[in-house]
Design a protein around this ligand. Structure first.
Ligand code: TRP
Length: 336
């Protein structure tokens, strides 16, 4: 019985791009949940470096960031024994399934993707075909592993919908092949806003460098950024419509301390915003300190990292290969 239950454990897949550092927003919105999901599901996590080249990358920088991103997810608590953690380009099935799925995706569907429209507006000199077919590559990532659940932020919801549509279409035309994945949008802390402009999502491209906290920022930097966080002109620490800055700080504080909004309101009753901002900054710095230490230790042991990502790719490839073989058979590719 127990064995059967273990066999039916759901599969979780998610990916993160190696584009610079992981922000506090990425961490609280995504990577932290990845760690918790490991206890309940069979989790597969990938550094999606193939997605990264849809925009111009400096090759040396991409290589460096890929390893750093890998070390960082381990530092955030992804356990390479419990989960599969790998680098996308190491598992060539991702490139292979991409072609087949592209032939099961409509031009019109891809044209409707809002991220494509945004990104092509931002990079008018490099609207490459990869940028356009990016959601197909992402669908392949998910479908290769017969994924049940995909933890993603709200910005990836449209891509996930497309992955579902592709799976349903392929299953309908070629017979049952793929599990149709569901999204897993975490309850709390799904969206962390910029400290400098709390109406915008926290992002690496924030025009104000103080708006974005990175999980490897030293404690002094973190505290400084929180001290300069934009709030509002009344004086009350409470969660209310229109208090975007305070709401954001309360969300962050609640995420790192586990306190409820009521408890936070109680704690800061009669105190000023200065005290509150300092408390949030300090709590975040304390929460992130062990991650930073672990990251530094991992980066000092390249051989261990190499062993982890090599084994991760082998495990991932074993699963991906089975799906790819099934797909090749279904579309009528002559076996060699
Ligand atoms: N497109 C995702 C992002 O930019 C990253 C990603 C690639 C992904 N493949 C995935 C996320 C598969 C979930 C599942 O955030």
């Amino acid at each position: 019985m127990e064995n059967q239950a273990a066999e039916r454990k759901k599969i979780v897949f998610s990916g993160i791009q190696p584009s610079g550092q992981i922000t506090l927003g990425n961490y609280l919105g995504a990577v932290r949940n990845w760690k918790q999901l490991q206890e309940e599901y069979n989790c597969i996590y990938s550094i999606v470096n193939m997605h990264a080249i849809t925009v111009r990358q400096d090759p040396a920088e991409l290589k460096k960031r890929t390893l750093e991103a890998y070390a960082l997810i381990l530092a955030c608590g992804i356990d390479p024994e419990k989960s599969i953690a790998f680098i996308q380009s190491h598992v060539k099935e991702h490139a292979e399934i991409n072609w087949v799925l592209a032939c099961y995706t409509q031009f019109g569907e891809l044209s409707r993707m809002t991220q494509f429209k945004d990104k092509s507006q931002k990079n008018p000199d490099n609207i490459n075909a990869g940028l356009f077919t990016y959601p197909v590559l992402m669908a392949g990532d998910i479908l290769l592993y017969q994924t049940d659940l995909v933890p993603v932020g709200i910005d990836q919801k449209q891509h996930l919908e497309l992955a579902r549509d592709i799976a349903i279409r392929f299953n309908g035309q070629r017979g049952n092949t793929f599990v149709v994945p569901d999204g897993y949008i975490p309850k709390a802390g799904a969206k962390i806003m910029s400290l400098a402009d709390p109406t915008k999502k926290m992002s690496k491209s924030d025009p104000n460098p103080r708006g974005c906290v990175y999980i490897l920022d030293p404690p002094e930097t973190i505290i400084k950024k929180f001290k300069s966080a934009v709030t509002d002109s009344d004086m009350e620490v409470c969660y209310r419509e229109g208090k975007d800055g305070i709401n954001n700080l309360m969300t962050i504080y609640s995420c790192v301390t586990g306190k409820t909004y009521e408890e936070i309101e109680e704690e800061f009753k009669g105190k000023g915003y200065g005290d509150f901002k300092l408390a949030v900054g300090t709590a975040v710095a304390e929460h992130l300190a062990p991650i930073r230490e672990k990251y530094n230790a991992l980066m000092a042991d390249k051989a261990y990292l190499e062993k982890c990502y090599t084994e991760g790719a082998e495990k991932a490839s074993r699963i991906a290969r089975r799906t790819l073989e099934k797909v090749y058979k279904k579309v009528g590719f002559l076996p060699k």
